[in-house]
Design a binder for this molecule. Structure first.
Ligand SMILES: *Cc1c(COP(=O)(O)O)cnc(C)c1O
Length: 435
């Protein structure tokens, strides 16, 4: 920490030396009083890359001039569109290109993956997941177990933090898997928890799930484009993620799915099928009897929604070019700077407390900090002063202060477009909060 300095000069110096500095100019920032907002909400909706609109317009033009021929003509014919994203998507999650496919939206893909990898049988019917998972994941799991005829209370095992704690201990996750091992069909975790910012040990979770004879799947919504991932090497059975958070692909944009090659090339894995998952070489023969195309593409249902896809090419190219190792390197420094500056305020007696792990290896870009009862006013003050961040009511009842619910402010410095000066200015505003 001795390395950081609490001065504007230091922040600007870091920005000048930042190897990723050129990316900032490639994004549109929402404006506030004629200036860029201090945008720290990339964990919710990433900013628009300047190339996104152009990429979409190109497809409108092709539709205009080519009509149906657009499926077969041009640099990226529409029927091949999903392939253009495979190299970047594979890089982002640490997979082979044949193991990834971009299709549908996140919750849809989570269901599709559970169709293939949650197949309760006999005494093996449980799903182990994190308590406090993102609601969509909770509802997806609840509806899956009910659909198979189980009661959620019996079939869903939630691993919760120890009493009075906010974070999960890996040890507790692993012992839950061991304890329920023989009755567990699927272990499903986030990569990074959306609320606390905790990065889970996906390798250890996968190993424990496999030792118990269960499948291991991950929701990488808050991990993809945020932290380096090695889905193939860790051996996870499947993963899903959305692309509108750290991956800057636009509101509601498509989702990625990873299916490990040991399953992806197995035509006998049960799945819900559609014509675009059909053996690519024979797809247009329109024959009876589903034969999956080898690889994760064999889970596709429909032809690609090209207008949603196009902006993704622009956004994913940035990740591919910058590379996840460089993005992570800056991310650790940038988030560390925020922690350092707020840490100084804590030493001076401010009441903020981070719930995100202190260890950079156990978190991504996001820091969630617990405010006192003034929390919502602090949040409103930040937003009124050109900061974009996010507010959640705190979920532990023990944190209620005098009947006023304390809250959590989530701040995510995104390494492709946030600067050290952004972080510095944010903390200056925190300091000027009239209370
Ligand atoms: C953002 C997020 C979602 C959102 O799901 P959509 O289907 O894209 O609306 C689901 N799960 C997690 C863990 C998320 O962080």
């Amino acid at each position: 920490m001795a390395f950081y300095q609490p001065t504007l000069e230091f922040a600007r110096q870091m920005d000048r030396e930042d190897p990723l500095r050129k990316y900032r100019d490639q994004f549109y920032f929402p404006q506030h009083s004629g200036k860029n907002t201090l945008y720290f909400c990339g964990n919710s909706l990433g900013l628009q890359p300047k190339g996104a609109r152009e990429a979409a317009l190109r497809e409108f033009e092709r539709w205009e001039t080519l009509g149906v021929e657009g499926h077969f003509k041009g640099a990226i014919p529409w029927k091949e569109y999903h392939k253009a994203l495979a190299p970047a998507a594979a890089h982002i999650v640490g997979a082979k290109e044949e193991e990834v496919i971009v299709m549908n939206t996140l919750t849809v893909n989570l269901h599709l993956m559970m169709v293939s990898f949650y197949r309760p049988q006999g005494g093996r019917f449980k799903i182990i997941m994190e308590a406090g998972a993102f609601p969509s994941d909770q509802y997806a799991v609840e509806s899956q177990v009910k659909w198979h005829g189980y009661a959620p209370e019996e079939a869903i095992v939630e691993v919760a933090p120890r009493s009075g704690e906010e974070l999960l201990q890996t040890e507790d996750i692993l012992s839950a898997i061991e304890a329920h091992g023989a009755s567990t069909a699927l272990v499903l975790f986030g990569g990074v928890n959306y609320y606390t910012g905790q990065l889970y040990d996906m390798e250890a979770i996968t190993r424990a799930a496999h030792q118990a004879g269960a499948f291991a799947g991950f929701d990488l919504a808050h991990a993809a484009g945020n932290v380096p991932l090695k889905m193939h090497e860790w051996g996870a059975d499947f993963a899903v993620w959305c692309t509108y958070k750290y991956l800057n692909s636009g509101p509601g944009s498509l989702s990625g799915a990873f299916i490990h090659e040991r399953h992806a090339f197995n035509p006998d894995i049960p799945r819900f099928a559609g014509w675009y998952g059909y053996d690519e070489k024979r797809r247009f023969l329109m024959e009876k009897g589903f034969i999956p195309t080898p690889g994760a593409s064999g889970w596709q249902l429909s032809n690609a929604p090209v207008f949603a896809f196009a902006p993704m090419l622009a956004s994913h190219e940035q990740f591919y070019r910058a590379g996840m190792p460089a993005i992570r390197q800056k991310s650790e420094l940038l988030t560390g700077y925020l922690e350092y500056l707020v840490g100084r305020m804590q030493e001076e007696g401010y009441a903020y407390r981070f719930i995100t792990p202190k260890d950079p290896a156990q978190r991504g870009a996001q820091l969630s900090f617990l405010t006192g009862p003034e929390g919502k006013r602090l949040f409103d003050y930040l937003m009124a002063n050109g900061v974009v961040c996010d507010w959640r009511e705190h979920r532990l009842p023990t944190q209620d202060a005098g009947g006023v619910k304390a809250g959590v402010i989530r701040i995510a410095p995104a390494p492709l477009y946030n600067s050290y000066e952004d972080v510095y200015e944010l903390v200056q505003l925190l300091r000027q909060f009239p209370g």
